[in-house]
Design a protein around this ligand. Structure first.
Ligand SMILES: NC(=O)c1ccc[n+]([C@@H]2O[C@H](COP(=O)([O-])OP(=O)(O)OC[C@H]3O[C@@H](n4cnc5c(N)ncnc54)[C@H](O)[C@@H]3O)[C@@H](O)[C@H]2O)c1
Length: 348
C-alpha cells in the first residue's frame, strides 16, 4: 500500500512540538504530536505544513526536514494535493476550517477538538464532510490508547456483566475537557446514544450574553444513555474512569496508566465482596496518535468509517451543547436533540 501524504495546518504544540512537554510522563506513549506520528508511521508521509507565523514554519522545517511550508493552508492544499489534512490550530474556528478543507476535496480530515462552538456549526461541518464523502476524526485520543481499548474489550467480553453505570473523575472544562470525558465513557460503553441529561456550568451563576459564552466553563453532568446506562462526572481525581456492571467494575486510573478489574464474588445472598485484580501494562504500548492517524488512513483504504467518525463526534458535541442548554434554560432535564442550534460556547 502506498503511504498516505499528510499535511498539517497549525504547526504549534499538537501539530509539531508537544512531545517535548510530555517526554517525562510515562502515561504518554510518544510520539504524541501529529508530525511525530507521521514520521513514526510506515503508512504516513509528512509532506507539508501551514502556519500563519513564519517562525513556526521555520521551526517545523528544521525539526522535521519538510521544506514545503505555507502561510495559506488553501494554497498548501492546492499545490501539494495531500491525501490527509490535520487541523491543529488555535485562535480560528475549527468547523470553518473543516468545511474549507472538505470543500477543497481532501479525502481524510483530522480536526482537533472541539469540532465546533455551536450545534449550527457542528451541523454545517457534518454536512460538508458527508457531502464530500471524506473520512473524519477528532483528537479524542483515548479511543486509540491501549489501556482503554483493553478495558473496552474486557467489558465486551462480559467480565463485569452488564454495564449499568459509568463515572469520570476530574475537574475540567466543557468543550476542552468533557469532549474527552464523554467520548471516553461512550467508547467504553460501546458508543450508545444519549437520550437525555442534566448538566450545569460553573460558576453556577454563569449567564449567557445573547446566547453566547465567550469562555469555556467547567461543568458537571448526568447522562442517560439508551439501554438504561447512566453516566456522570465527579470534579475530583486524575482522569480516572469506572464502568460498573452487574458483576464487577473496570477502573482505568491515572489518565490511562493503570487498569484494574473488581469482580463481585458470590459467597452468599448477603455477602458479595469485590476482589480487585490489577492488570499488567501492555507489553507493546503504541502511540495513540499513530494508531489514530493510521485508523483514518485504513478507514479510507477499506471504505469504512473511523473508530471516531463524524456521526460519533457530532453526537458527542450534541451532548456538550445539551449540557450548556440545560444550564442556560435552568432545565431540570434535557431530552436530546438540542433545540437552540445557535447557543454558542467559545473554544480555542
Ligand atoms: N488531543 C490532545 O490531546 C490535544 C493536546 C494539545 C492540544 N490539542 C488541541 O490542538 C489544538 C491546537 O492547540 P495547540 O496547543 O497545539 O496550539 P498552539 O497555539 O501551540 O498552535 C496552534 C498554531 O495554529 C496556528 N494557526 C492559527 N490559525 C491558523 C490558520 N488559519 N492557518 C494556519 N495556522 C494557523 C497558530 O499560528 C499556531 O502556531 C487545540 O484545538 C487544542 O485543543 C489537543
Amino acid at each position: 500500500m502506498s503511504s498516505t501524504r499528510v499535511a498539517i495546518i497549525g504547526l504549534g504544540r499538537m501539530g509539531s512540538t508537544i512531545d517535548d512537554e510530555v517526554a517525562d510522563y510515562p502515561v504518554f506513549v510518544l510520539p504524541y504530536s501529529i508530525a511525530g506520528a507521521c514520521v513514526a508511521s510506515e503508512k504516513l508521509e509528512l509532506v507539508a505544513g501551514a502556519d500563519l507565523l513564519p517562525e513556526k514554519r521555520q521551526a517545523f522545517t528544521e525539526r522535521w526536514g519538510v521544506k514545503a511550508t505555507y502561510e495559506d493552508f488553501r494554497e498548501m492544499i492546492e499545490r501539494e494535493s495531500p491525501d490527509m489534512v490535520c487541523i491543529c490550530t488555535k485562535g480560528v474556528n475549527h468547523s470553518e476550517l473543516t468545511i474549507a478543507v472538505a470543500g477543497l476535496g481532501v479525502p481524510m480530515i483530522f480536526c482537533e477538538k472541539a469540532m465546533a462552538c455551536s450545534m449550527a456549526e457542528a451541523d454545517a461541518a457534518k454536512a460538508a464532510i458527508e457531502n464530500a464523502g471524506a473520512r473524519f476524526l477528532t483528537g479524542v485520543l483515548r479511543r486509540w490508547k491501549t489501556s482503554y481499548q483493553e478495558a473496552r474489550e474486557r467489558i465486551v467480553a462480559g467480565d463485569i456483566g452488564e454495564p449499568r453505570r459509568a463515572i469520570h473523575f476530574a475537574q475540567t472544562n466543557l468543550l476542552h475537557g468533557h469532549v474527552h470525558s464523554i467520548d471516553t465513557l461512550m467508547f467504553l460503553l460501546g458508543d450508545p446514544k444519549a437520550v437525555s441529561l442534566w448538566g450545569e456550568l460553573h460558576p453556577r451563576d454563569l449567564k449567557f450574553e445573547n446566547g453566547r459564552l465567550e469562555s469555556d466553563p467547567t461543568s458537571i453532568y448526568q447522562i442517560a444513555f439508551e439501554g438504561g446506562i447512566e453516566a456522570t462526572t465527579i470534579q475530583s481525581g486524575n482522569w480516572d474512569f469506572e464502568i460498573h456492571g452487574t458483576e464487577g467494575v473496570v477502573r482505568i486510573a491515572n489518565n490511562g496508566a493503570h487498569l484494574s478489574i473488581r469482580k463481585r464474588l458470590d459467597y452468599s445472598p448477603k455477602f458479595k465482596p469485590y476482589v480487585e485484580t490489577h492488570l499488567p501494562p501492555p507489553l507493546l504500548p503504541r502511540s495513540a496518535t499513530v494508531q489514530m492517524l493510521e485508523d483514518l488512513a485504513d478507514a479510507h483504504a477499506e471504505s469504512r468509517q473511523t473508530a471516531g467518525d463524524i456521526e460519533q463526534v457530532h453526537h458527542c458535541t450534541e451532548i456538550l451543547f445539551a449540557i450548556a442548554e440545560c444550564h442556560h434554560l435552568g432545565l431540570h432535564r434535557h431530552t436530546l436533540p438540542v433545540q437552540n442550534r445557535d447557543l454558542y460556547v467559545f473554544h480555542v
